[in-house]
Design a protein around this ligand. Structure first.
Ligand SMILES: [Zn+2]
Length: 166
């Protein structure tokens, strides 16, 4: 048992997990991102490792928009392990650098939403990396409903351009 300066026991990681109520997400039977990871759905991976993967966002909010996901199914920030979070954000950084090299991005929005009330559409933790350009509207907010899904061939082309810049 670990004690603080005030001699109060700290909660262990598993006790902390039990103490938290999950953020509610939309009900689901199958998870699209788990399907992507298992090869059950077509997607365009840029790169992946044992903990995390980067795939081209089927909605291109800006050229080169990417999603970073943990390999394990975690619903929200409340469920993901710190070590996975570290791996996900390390990859987000690499993808921002790749967008700078490949496309000449001059900035990037890196963000994620937790729970239905925070506009999380897929129930599997994911970080958006949205490159921004000289001609980007800097204060623009991205709404999923404003963007069409692009064809898989186009997603694969973006993946190979970014992969070459890693
Ligand atoms: Zn999942």
């Amino acid at each position: 048992m670990i004690y603080t300066l005030h001699d109060r026991p700290l909660l262990s990681e598993s006790e902390l997990e039990e103490a938290l109520m999950p953020f509610p997400v939309a009900p689901y039977d199958t998870c699209s991102f788990c399907l992507d990871l298992s090869g059950g759905r077509e997607c365009a991976f840029v790169t992946e490792n044992d903990r995390t993967a980067a795939l081209v966002d089927e909605r291109q909010y800006e050229r080169g928009a990417i999603l970073i996901i943990p390999r394990h199914h975690r619903e929200t920030i409340l469920d993901i392990k710190d070590s996975e979070l570290e791996a996900v954000y390390a990859l987000a950084k690499r993808m921002a650098m790749a967008a700078e090299h490949a496309y000449g991005a001059v900035g990037a929005n890196i963000y994620q939403n937790n729970g239905l009330k925070a506009s999380q559409h897929e129930p599997h933790f994911h970080v958006h990396v949205v490159p921004r350009y000289e001609d980007s509207e800097s204060e623009k907010l991205f709404l999923q409903r404003d963007y069409e899904v692009i064809p898989i061939e186009e997603q694969r082309q973006i993946a190979s351009i970014l992969r070459a810049a890693l």
